[in-house]
Ligand binder design. Structure first.
Ligand code: SAT
Ligand code: MN
Length: 597
């Protein structure tokens, strides 16, 4: 038996089920990429952008009903429901297959099946995974070439690892949202996705393999797969401190990962290693080492411009695929805020994401979850270490979300267990990255609520256990760039200025940095952040850093039912952390009487 026997047998099975007209084994070459693009230009779903401004770049129009992840129809299919836990949709594996099979049956008749071998992770990394996706979408095949290491390189890796791969069957089916299912079978490492061509639902290497299945693999084998960016902060001495940050989708991970420091002349620079996913394992030295499994960026376009994220603008200036943005008469892509001088009004004659000439009454010209897909090595700040097989050592975790009130700009956990509790109690306003209401507060632990492939209670225990294996666990910080004043205005400038918060973190890691203890953790003192060159009033800093015990008691009350739903799966340490937070809050509300009073 050759190392490809299992792969060939599985592809045959998919062919029998879906009945494609033709089969293309993707090699990952540029010529093949151009053929894929040409196929879409022919069927009208793709158009070529202005080659002077955006070389070798294209605009794809998705079906209007297929523009974001659909969490309602995303399932973890395990034998025991409790392994999926209370935050995942669950189906028994046999039931899920029986339910979805009819949607795959004959679904590729009249279509081409693309067989896409791909690698997640640097090819030489211990954590590397080979996946194979079969799909009837040329858009998926072209996007996978940017987002993963695809084609011959993956077949070679398969030969080296004895033929082991994660199979992923994908068909756009009839695109009817009622016939849409994203099914994960972690016990047999299998993915089935039908009815959607959208990134997170259809590029199976990304959320499906690298987060949902990989988090399960990490649980069983002692490592972590996280919804995290990876960055390196370089100080004036040239030393780089690596940090990994978890934020829910569309909360600024890409912007933070690619931050251009306003203090670069003073020697503070940020290096980018990844903007969405981190795989981490304990090294022989007792430190935590992180790799980015991806090979490209799938970033939110609206809001991205030369001021908010100049490195993203350079990354997407060539060899990019844009999805559901608008297009100007010059054939340049356009989205809200791309031009800071004209943030909401595109040039006359711009065609909106639905293919209509834009009128002011139409609302946004680009879909709020429109995306750019671009190769990671085009990012000017990409770290020279981003493909190192062993990864980079992580000194800090940053948790954060969007929150108009309650949460200060930054605070630091008291210790590792408290840090895990901070991640577990993350709360953020929802965004357009998933279908459903936008701006609603929801609990999104470690930004993994939509991506954890097993019981979230067991996941917290896994974090706690793993921390015990680390010589010095990373310091844990919680940030909120989105705090607003009474008039609804953001208090903190954000974007590049966030480097000042990273600098404080680096000081804290090195045992310095001015901080004060509050019931929720350590916050910087009002003069703790380096604010030179930034016009920000001391009262504003006070508001940004304030911890209001009354608000936090409400928050604390609301955490209780959330944690209770995990029952026996809730780690004791999390329960204890919740209790201790309550006690610290009550102690500041009702100071204990001082002797003699
Ligand atoms: O899932 S996607 O990759 O499409 C985007 C996200 O929600 O993080
Ligand atoms: Mn993401």
């Amino acid at each position: 038996m050759s190392s490809r026997t299992a792969l060939e047998a599985w592809v045959d099975e998919c062919v029998r089920l879906t009945q494609p007209d033709s089969i293309v084994w993707c090699d990952g070459s540029e010529e093949e990429y151009q053929r894929l693009i040409e196929t879409m230009i022919q069927d009208g779903s793709m158009e070529t952008l202005n080659p002077q401004d955006y070389a070798n770049s294209f605009l794809y129009h998705s079906d209007p009903s297929d523009v974001a992840r659909t969490e309602k129809v995303t399932f973890i299919c395990t034998t025991r429901q409790e392994d999926a836990g209370p935050l995942n949709n669950w189906m028994a594996p046999d039931e899920a297959k029986a339910m979805a099979l009819p949607y795959f049956k004959d679904s590729m008749r009249g279509r081409t099946m693309y067989v896409i071998p791909y690698v997640m992770g640097p090819v030489e990394s211990d954590l590397m995974q080979v996946g194979v996706e079969v799909t009837d979408s040329a858009y998926v095949a072209a996007s996978m070439r940017i987002m993963t290491r695809m084609g011959t390189v993956a077949l070679d890796a398969l030969d080296r690892n004895g033929g082991e791969f994660v199979p992923g069957l994908h068909s756009i089916g009839d695109l009817d949202p009622e016939h849409r299912f994203i099914l994960h079978f972690p016990e047999e490492k299998l993915i089935w996705s039908v009815g959607s061509g959208y990134g997170g639902n259809a590029l199976l290497g990304k959320k499906c393999l690298s987060l949902r299945l990989a988090s399960w693999m990490g649980w069983k084998n002692g490592w972590l797969a996280e919804h995290m960016l990876i960055l390196g902060l370089q100080n004036p001495q040239g030393e780089v401190t690596y940090m990994a940050g978890a934020f829910p989708s569309a909360c600024g991970k890409t912007n933070l990962a690619m931050l251009v420091s306003p203090l670069e002349k003073e020697g503070w620079k940020v290096w980018t290693l990844g903007d969405d996913i981190a795989w981490m394992r304990v090294g022989e030295d007792g430190r935590l080492w992180a790799v980015n499994p991806e090979h490209g960026f799938f970033g939110v376009a609206p809001g991205t411009n030369s001021k908010t994220n100049p490195n993203a603008m350079k990354s997407l200036s060539r060899n990019a695929i844009f999805t559901n943005v608008a297009v100007t008469p010059e054939h340049d892509p356009w989205w809200e805020d791309i031009d800071p001088a004209n943030p909401k009004t595109p040039p006359a004659g711009t065609i909106n994401w639905l293919g209509k000439v834009w009128e002011p009454s139409d609302g946004p010209a680009a879909h709020p979850n429109s995306r750019f897909t671009a190769p990671a090595d085009q990012c000017p700040s990409i770290s020279p270490h981003w493909e190192d097989p062993q990864g980079v050592p992580i000194s800090a975790f940053i948790f954060g979300g969007r929150r108009a009130g309650v949460t200060p700009l930054v605070y630091e956990a008291l210790d590792w267990q408290h840090g895990v509790f901070l991640g577990a109690s993350m709360t953020s306003e929802t965004t357009a990255a998933a279908t459903g209401a936008v701006g609603v507060l929801r609990r999104d632990p470690m930004a993994m609520r939509p991506f954890c492939g097993y019981n979230m209670g067991d996941y917290w225990q896994h974090w706690l256990t793993l921390g015990g294996k680390l010589k010095t666990p990373p310091k844990v910080f919680y940030v909120n760039w989105f705090r607003k004043d009474e008039d609804g205005k953001f208090l903190w400038p954000g974007f590049g200025q966030n480097v000042r918060v990273l600098m404080w973190m680096a000081e804290r890691i090195n045992g310095a940095g001015k901080a004060m203890e509050t019931p929720i953790g350590y916050t910087p003192t009002t003069d703790g952040l380096m604010l030179d060159g930034l016009d920000i009033a001391p009262e504003t800093m006070e508001k940004l850093l304030s911890v209001n015990p009354a608000e936090w008691e409400t928050e604390w009350e609301e955490q209780r039912p959330f944690f209770e739903q995990f029952g026996d799966h809730l780690p004791r340490a999390i329960e204890q952390q919740h209790k201790a937070l309550g006690e610290r809050l009550r102690a500041v509300r009702e100071p204990s009487p001082v002797a003699g009073e």
